[in-house]
Structure formats: structure tokens, C-alpha cells
Design a protein around this ligand. Structure first.
Ligand code: HEM
Length: 498
């Protein structure tokens, strides 16, 4: 009896200690022992965590502190000042261990997006340097991109011609083109648009992103519990079975490259360059981080981060333009004036301020990564004067900044002109707009993503008129949930412009 009483007191003491908020912790709602605030998020917004966090912040302030699970402090950052300070603070540049993300990388901390420290710096720098050399963000891959634009346009044209009312379903149609551009850099190949194996891989990648739960997925669950209990894996959303075929496909592609064994001068894609580095390092450094598993994991990160986000951005831009025919016509006028009979190129870009403002406004209104992948406090640090304990998960809410009425008048209204000077001749870059993040963790694919987003959206709008289907509701701007947000499938009337 005495033993049970002591054990109960000890257990209660332990739980209270674990849920005690540290001194000077940011204000925020309290949850329950063991589960923290997790069960209550949905009462603020049943569907979207970024909206729930924004609403909580409207009550508690720009930096909110709460607990998820028994001992994980979560810091939610919702104002521009706090966001900038957090993104530029190297002590907040870590990433939490996440069973969901590790399921993509053989249960180990590999890749670029969910690693930190020396390992992250080395692998990120190597990847960025070589992708840049291979053409990332350069006009040298513009021809390849224009080839993909041409194929996409043909595909849409055929679909439009084969329907008596010219109605085309644009669900998932941009992914193939975007992946082909990435795949050419990574593996030196392209896929056929309707290749069924490729379509299966795309679907698996999409499903992984659409079914991801950003907070549950970051709960610190010990590996032995995960292995043992299926319901825990399901609750936090570990979906290894979706990633396995992707891992297998990448592994086979690497094996093909190994068999080819290109000479130094022939190393024409990222896999070649990485394999060359692996060989060099193996001779010089037996404990090298350059391994085949790391290469596979890096490619998974590039596709995971790059495919859904870029194709989603193009999709949302088209939806905004279908909903606002006046803006679409104004953009078409500018494209016709500046590019004549040709498709827009990167060189045209600086002469297309209105087009640029439309692309920016679509990203502001429909932010594809409203919460960045969670950051992590590597050591105790400060944010807006509050203490952020080591081990905190830091959630950066870009949506809250891009929808903050302090910086954006009528933030919910789609109005490209807000990004232009008075006579509309120049784009004004706002300090409060950074869809690719800031600081050392900022998006690795920004230059490629910006060029792809511009070339595809501008070419589609130049080539076609996109109109709502008569007697049907307008295509929805409500995103589908997940690690990043996607657009819902939508149908439009597509007419080629003469
Ligand atoms: C419109 C398209 C895109 C948007 C809006 C976007 C946005 C972002 C954002 C907000 C972050 C997180 C920054 C942070 O954690 O603070 C990020 C990270 C990242 N992005 Fe992108 N991204 C896009 C396209 C791409 C593409 C095309 C690639 C690769 C080819 C890519 C690769 C990455 C990687 C690897 C990271 C993790 C970087 C790290 O942790 O060091 N992204 N992106």
C-alpha cells in the first residue's frame, strides 16, 4: 500500500515536472499532462494547423509557447519581427527528430531537410554547389524547361480539342513537367508524361505529402514503441510503404549510373557528381558521410520539397486567374506587348512587372508552405526576449505574416497591384514577403522554383484563355492539407488564343 502511494506521488511529481513551463517561457494555452495541447488544436480550426496557430497567436501574442506530447515545448511564431529574428538565429536552425520524416530515409537521420549541424552544412553546400553548376537557376537549362512547357501546352491543347465544350481537368497536370526538370538535373533523364510507373511514383509522393500531419508527425516517440505498435505509427502518420517504391526506383537509377561509370568529363548529372565524390571520399576518409543511402535520401528530399510545392504554386496561380478574369486579361496584354509572338523567357522577366506581381500575389494569398518544416532549438536561446529552451520545436507561420493586416491592406483580397509602384512600372519587394524563407535554412531550390513557376504560368496564360465552366462553382481556393498545401482538382474551359 505504502509502495503504491509513493509510486503514485512520484509519478504525479514526474508528470508535473515534465509539464512545468520554464521561467520566461512565451505565453500560451496549457494542455493536459502527457499529451499537452495536442487534442485542443482542432478547436481553433478543425482543418488547417496554420490557421489554428494564427488564431491562438491573436489571443496570446506573436510568440506562443505550449507543449505537445509529454515534454516537447512548441514555440509558434506568427509575426514578421519574431519570424525574422527566429530565421536569422543559428541556434534555432536545427530540425527535430521526426519518425515520419525518418521513415523516408531508412529510419536514419539522412538527407538535407531533416538533418543539422556539420552533416547538414556539408551536404547542403555540396548539393547546392553542384546543382548550381549543373544549371539550377541558370538560363542554361531554360531550353530544357521550354521543352517541358511545350509538351504541357500540347497536352492541354489535345485535351481541350477532344472535349466539345473545351473543358479540361487540370488536376495533377503540372507535376510531370516540374519533376522532369528536376530529374534531368539529378539523373540526366526525362519521363514520358503517361508512363504508368512514373505516374505511380508521383501518386505515392503526393499521397505522402497530402496525408502528412505536421504536429503529430513531430512528436518524439521512441523507436521501439513505433516498431511495436501499429496504431502509434498510424496516429503520427508514418507511411514508409509510400516511400519504399520511390527509394527502390532511385536505387535502380543509381545502379544504372554506376554501371555506366562515366569518366570525369562525362559526369553530366547530380548522381554522377555524387558518385564521383563518394569514390574519392572512400579512399581518403573511411567514415565519410557521402554514402549511397545519403544520396538516395538527398534525392528524396529534393523531390519531396520541390515537386509538390512548385506544381502547387502554378495550380493556385491559374485558379486565381480563372476567378479573376480582369487580372488574367491584363496579364495577357502585358505578355503580348513584351513578348510579341514568342513565349516568355527569363530575359523578358524584368520587363513584365504586372506578370511578376500576379505571381507574387498568388504566392501570398495561397502560401504553399504556410508552416515551414519545423525548426529546432539547438541550445537555450531568446526570441523577442522570451526564453526558448533547448529542444523546443519552432513552428514558423508564413501564412500569418502574409495575411497580417498590419502589413497588407485587406489581406484576404487578391490584388496584384499591391506589389507595384504607383504607375505600375516597377515591382516593389516587400520586407514582409519571403515565401522561400530567410537565413541559412532558406529554400535550397528557390532559383529553380522561381524560374519554373514563372516560365510555366506565364506561357500558359499567354497561350490560353482559362475560364470558369458555365453553371459550375468557381474552382476552389481551399487547399488540400498536408506537409505542404495542394490545390483541389479543378476543371476549366481552355481556349487557345490566336
Ligand atoms: C514554389 C516552390 C517552393 C517554395 C514556396 C518553397 C519554400 C520553401 C520553404 C518555406 C522552406 C523552408 C525554410 C525553412 O525551414 O526555414 C523550404 C526548404 C527547402 N526547399 Fe523549398 N520551396 C519551393 C521549391 C523547392 C524546390 C524546387 C526544391 C528543390 C529542387 C526545394 C528544396 C528545398 C529543400 C531541400 C529545403 C530544406 C532546406 C534545409 O533544410 O536546409 N524547394 N522551401
Amino acid at each position: 500500500m505504502i509502495f503504491e502511494l509513493c509510486a503514485t506521488i512520484l509519478l504525479i511529481g514526474f508528470i508535473l515536472k515534465m509539464t512545468k513551463r520554464p521561467h520566461n517561457f512565451p505565453p500560451g494555452p496549457r494542455g493536459l499532462p502527457l499529451v499537452g495541447y495536442l487534442p485542443f488544436f482542432s478547436s481553433w480550426d478543425p482543418q488547417y494547423p496554420h490557421k489554428a496557430m494564427k488564431k491562438i497567436s491573436e489571443v496570446y501574442g506573436p510568440v506562443v509557447g505550449l507543449y505537445v506530447g509529454p515534454s516537447r515545448p512548441v514555440i509558434s511564431v506568427c509575426s514578421h519581427e519574431a519570424m525574422k529574428e527566429a530565421m536569422l538565429n543559428d541556434d534555432l536552425n536545427g530540425r527535430p527528430d521526426s519518425a515520419v520524416m525518418m521513415a523516408r530515409t531508412f529510419g536514419e537521420k539522412l538527407g538535407i531537410m531533416f538533418v543539422m549541424g556539420q552533416f547538414w552544412q556539408e551536404q547542403r553546400q555540396f548539393t547546392m554547389r553542384h546543382l548550381r553548376d549543373l544549371g539550377f537557376g541558370k538560363t542554361s537549362i531554360e531550353d530544357q524547361m521550354m521543352g517541358e512547357v511545350g509538351d504541357l501546352i500540347k497536352d492541354i491543347e489535345n485535351k481541350s480539342q477532344s472535349d466539345p465544350e473545351r473543358i479540361v481537368d487540370l488536376k495533377g497536370i503540372f507535376q510531370v513537367s516540374v519533376i522532369n526538370i528536376l530529374w534531368a538535373l539529378v539523373a540526366g533523364e526525362r519521363f514520358q508524361r503517361h508512363d504508368s510507373k512514373f505516374q505511380d511514383l508521383l501518386r505515392a509522393n503526393e499521397l505522402f505529402f497530402r496525408t502528412g500531419k505536421i504536429f503529430r508527425g513531430s512528436m518524439p516517440v521512441p523507436a521501439f514503441l513505433l516498431k511495436r505498435f501499429r496504431f502509434i505509427r498510424e496516429f503520427i502518420g508514418v507511411k514508409a510503404e509510400l516511400i519504399e517504391p520511390i527509394q527502390k526506383f532511385i536505387k535502380e537509377t543509381i545502379e544504372d549510373h554506376q554501371q555506366r561509370n562515366p569518366s570525369d568529363d562525362e559526369a553530366g548529372d547530380f548522381i554522377d557528381v555524387y558518385l564521383k565524390e563518394m569514390k574519392k571520399q572512400k579512399d581518403e576518409n573511411p567514415s565519410t558521410n557521402f554514402t549511397e543511402k545519403q544520396l538516395i535520401s538527398t534525392i528524396i528530399d529534393l523531390f519531396g520539397a520541390g515537386a509538390e510545392s512548385t506544381s502547387g504554386s502554378i495550380g493556385f496561380a491559374i485558379i486565381h486567374l480563372v476567378r479573376d478574369q480582369q487580372v488574367q486579361q491584363k496579364m495577357q496584354m502585358e505578355l503580348d506587348q513584351v513578348c510579341g509572338e514568342f513565349f516568355p523567357t527569363i530575359n523578358h522577366r524584368s520587363s513584365l512587372p504586372y506578370t511578376e506581381s500576379v505571381l507574387m500575389e498568388a504566392q501570398r494569398c495561397s502560401t504553399i508552405a504556410p508552416l515551414t518544416p519545423p525548426h529546432y532549438a539547438i541550445k537555450d536561446t531568446k526570441l523577442l526576449g522570451y526564453t526558448i529552451p533547448q529542444g523546443s520545436l519552432v513552428s514558423l507561420n508564413l501564412h500569418a505574416v502574409f495575411q497580417d493586416s498590419k502589413y497588407w491592406k485587406d489581406p484576404e483580397v487578391f490584388r496584384p497591384e499591391r506589389h507595384l509602384n504607383d504607375d505600375g512600372s516597377k515591382v516593389i519587394k516587400s520586407d514582409h514577403f519571403y515565401p522561400f524563407g530567410l537565413g541559412k535554412r532558406m529554400c535550397l531550390g528557390e532559383s529553380l522554383a522561381k524560374n519554373t513557376y514563372f516560365l510555366f504560368t506565364a506561357a500558359l496564360i499567354k497561350k490560353f484563355r482559362f475560364e470558369p465552366v458555365p453553371n459550375e462553382p468557381l474552382p476552389s481556393l481551399d487547399p488540400t492539407n498536408g506537409f505542404t498545401l495542394g490545390y483541389q482538382g479543378f476543371k476549366v474551359v481552355v481556349t487557345p488564343r490566336s
